[in-house]
Each structure stands twice: as structure tokens, then as C-alpha cells.
Design a protein. Sequence first.
Length: 163
Amino acid sequence: MNGFPAIEETRAAVQSLTAGVATKADLALQFACSVVVDVVGHGWKLKVGRGKVQIQTPSDEGAKPEEIKQRIRAGHLVRRDAQLREPAVAEFVRGMEQRRLGPAGWVSIFSLMRDGRDLAKKLSAGAGNQDQFPANRGFRAQAGCQRRQRRTKAGYGPTPKPP
């Protein structure tokens, strides 16, 4: 469970609070509990006293930026691992891992990961030339068309030529 078994066990217990048909109060309680579990998973402190509960943000005083980033990363990893254990997500990932025949040959998500550096270079090189990406060209043309339609409907801007 990636070093945070108490968080994952608590998250599972919160999910089981509303087995069956849930009332608004049940859902509100489940939501509140989920929020508390999430913030504790991100390093917040939970203090329960007589008749009150306090949640305290992690102290970043004196911490180096890299330590703060690591704490935040650890919280995200807990949630990511929980999500990867969900059956629908696991099925989706397995599907992405499956090799498929594409226009350039057999590909899978592993092809993208393997070719990531090359893709990054191409994206960096093309950052200044947005017309290099056909999908972007189409999106910009569509957006321009919508702007022209709004101007025409509003009664200003160039009048469209008849077909």
C-alpha cells in the first residue's frame, strides 16, 4: 500500500459508509470524511479534542523547497496508487498497454514513453510554429469562425459574403 496503509484503510472505511441507498446526511458525512482523509494524506495534522476537531496545515517553516515538493508528491502518490487499484482504471491502463497496428506500425503507450525525448524535442521545436500541428490549425480556424459569427450576430464586424 505504498507506505501509507492507515490512509488507505481509512479511505476504504469512508467509502463503505454509504453501502446501499444513501441519504443527503450520509453523503455529507462521507464527503467530509473523504476531505479529512485527503488532507491528512497530504501531510496535514488532525487533532481531536473535547468537542472539537482541528486540522492544521503542515509547517513549511525552515523546510527547503525540495522537501515541500517531496511532501506534496508523496500525497499525490498515495492517491495515484489508490486510483490505479480501481478496476476500471486498471482495465483502461491494460488497454493502453496493448499493442495496436497504427499508420506507423505497431504502437502502444510504451511506444510513447520510449519515444518521449524525441516527442519533447519535436514539441519544443514546433512551439514557435503552431501551424505545424494540423489539429491546432483546425481549432484556431474554428475559433476564428465562431468569433466572426458572434460579431455578425451582434451587428458589427464584416458582413459575410453570400455563397
